[in-house]
Design a protein around this ligand. Structure first.
Ligand SMILES: [Zn+2]
Length: 118
């Protein structure tokens, strides 16, 4: 039975609604730069309401102030783009586990050859 992977897509509306934007297929918070692993409305909304509750009061939805702030934050983010070009963490984690497992099998081989010698 094949597993079906559900793909989520960033919604442009979230930019004004939750101060989130899309950078290199990642959903990024314009306020603090955090990324949301799965771009689901629920995840984005939760981050916005829990991490930045003051923004909801200071920049009411649909206000010109909010539109202006979104634009300002987005411009600042574009300047920091280089921050997002580092290699993905997933790749590094994968390499590390490979090294660990090869070390483990080395140890087993050594132990076995020692037993065989004695
Ligand atoms: Zn944030």
């Amino acid at each position: 039975m094949a597993k079906r992977k559900k793909t989520y897509f960033f919604n442009r509306d979230w930019e004004e609604e939750f101060f989130f934007t899309e950078v290199k297929d990642k959903c990024v918070c314009l306020i603090c730069g955090s990324t949301v692993a799965i771009p689901k409305r629920h995840n984005v909304e939760r981050h916005y309401t829990t991490a930045h509750p003051s923004f909801h009061t200071n920049f009411p939805a649909g206000s010109a102030l909010r539109v202006e702030k979104t634009r300002e934050l987005k411009a600042a983010l574009v300047k920091q783009q280089s921050f997002f070009t580092r290699p993905g963490e997933k790749v590094q984690k994968g390499n590390r586990s490979l090294v660990q497992s090869s070390k483990l099998s080395d140890k087993k081989t050594k132990e076995r050859s020692l037993t065989e010698m004695s």
